[in-house]
Design a binder for this molecule. Structure first.
Ligand code: PLP
Length: 442
């Protein structure tokens, strides 16, 4: 795995002198990121003997085969299914099974309507692009996912402003300024879409949704400020039956748009799938205005069937069992790694734990974990702000207490080594795992 990773980071343009300039120029551009190991490369999948603290199989539905079994069962009930939707939603692709599944999803989540999109990314980007009107505003938490940013690039909304991450006072300041400077917002003739996430994928922290909703309602009592919430990291892992944060807080009536990703905890499909939960006017707006609804083939039967299989598991209480397991190992990890009792006061721990490091040290820790048979992921600037480099850890139902303890001990071993280097107690300036990796390069 490391050898492949190192190969992928070797500069390539220099050895391409004889090749067509078009391709050499691409390699040259990538060489800049290869030089500091920041190029995104496809990571080879490790076998299950490696400790998994990185996959999105939070509830182990995929690894255990449970989602596959539920999927096969669903397929066997529809032996003559047609593989392709054979058209976009506005053409031929609007088939009964898809519509029925949308109704079931709306029912499960207590929404008026649902719309199935091709992926979570597409659901977010396409909705943010399609729903706001040209004279409207999008106000977003400054830590929202790339897919929301992608949607904003395409959106015609004339105002796009961020507020400080998870900060209701900052949201109040931004909204107040908008209201004061543009009367259309104060009179309700222009609308505002506020974009947040239930659980932020980098920090694993939960959105203070009820406080944010109160701020918006107070400032815009006519209801022209509404929320879109990305529930990628709460689907299956928060709330009753793993429904989501909105359900846990009982805010179903307050949130205009919920975006669910079925590619994570549900472990659904080879392709990915996203669900947009909303009311009828928004669903109609999506079908009439979202480019992914109009200009792309509708989701296929196998994809929709795999979503149904995932939701069957949630309905049968499988999520709660998985949630208990990963919470246990997460608590054990925190207990092992810190003498500080703070973690015991946190009401709900999410499955995402960032280990913040100094710049570049995230790679050193990543190497150290890899060499110790642990799969995690290093995150550097610009994915996170400068000074917020980290190794991201994700806990799953399949991480037992022994694995949590091993992880904590391996991280402590690395930290001890870094402290010794910092104190000048060793002649090395780089920790042992990084030295090993860079030696392999030579
Ligand atoms: C917060 C968030 N939103 C959206 C997405 C995209 O979802 P999908 O993988 O289903 O396209 C992801 C996936 O990484 C995510 O973490």
């Amino acid at each position: 795995m490391l050898t492949k990773w190192l190969q992928d980071h070797k500069p390539r343009a220099a050895v391409m002198k004889e090749q067509r300039a078009f391709y050499r120029n691409l390699e040259l551009a990538m060489d800049i990121s290869r030089a500091d190991h920041s190029l995104f490369v496809a990571k080879p999948r490790w076998d299950d003997s490696v400790l998994d603290f990185t996959s999105s199989d939070f509830l182990s539905f995929s690894r255990s085969g449970r989602i596959r079994e539920a999927f096969q069962e669903e397929l066997s009930r529809h032996e003559n299914f047609r593989l392709s939707a054979s058209g976009s939603r506005v053409q031929y692709g609007n088939y009964d099974y898809l519509i029925q599944m949308e109704q079931e999803l709306a029912g499960f989540h207590g929404a008026e309507a649902a719309y199935i999109a091709h992926s979570g990314f597409m659901a977010n980007a396409g909705t943010v692009a399609a729903v706001p009107l040209p004279c409207g505003a999008i106000i977003y938490d400054d830590a929202v996912h790339a897919s929301t940013h992608e949607g904003m690039k395409l959106s015609l909304a004339s105002h796009q402003l961020s507020f400080r991450h998870n900060d209701p006072d900052s949201l109040r300041d931004v909204l107040s300024e908008l209201k004061e400077s543009h009367t259309a917002f104060a009179t309700g003739s222009s609308s505002i879409l506020i974009a947040v996430e239930s659980v932020y994928c980098m920090d694993g922290d939960i959105c203070p949704l009820d406080e944010l909703v109160q701020v918006a309602k107070e400032l815009f009592p006519l209801g022209n400020a509404q929320f879109i919430i990305d529930e990628a990291h709460s689907n299956g892992v928060i709330g009753p039956k793993g429904a989501d944060l909105v359900d846990m807080l009982g805010l179903e009536k307050e949130i205009a748009l919920l975006i669910h990703m079925c590619s994570k905890a549900l472990g659904s499909t080879g392709a990915q799938s996203g669900v947009i939960l909303c009311n009828k006017p928004i669903r109609d707006r999506l079908i009439s205005n979202a480019r992914f609804a109009i200009y792309s083939g509708a989701p296929s039967f196998p994809m929709v069937a795999s979503m149904r299989a995932g939701y069957r598991l949630l309905e049968n209480g499988e999520a709660e069992k998985g949630m208990v397991k990963f919470q246990k190992s997460l608590k054990h990890f925190l207990k092992t790694i810190t003498a500080h009792p703070d973690y015991e006061r946190i009401e709900h721990l999410t499955h995402i734990v960032p280990v913040l490091t100094r710049p570049k040290h995230e790679l050193y820790l990543f190497f150290h974990l890899m060499i110790n048979n642990i799969n995690a992921y290093a995150v550097s600037f610009p994915v996170v702000p400068k000074g917020k480099s980290r190794v991201g850890l994700v806990f799953h139902a399949h991480n037992g207490l022994d694995q949590a303890e091993t992880l904590a001990n391996v991280i402590c071993e690395w930290a001890q080594e870094m402290l010794e280097i910092k104190a000048g107690e060793t002649e090395n300036v780089m920790p042992s795992a990084a030295r090993q990796v860079y030696a392999m390069k030579a």
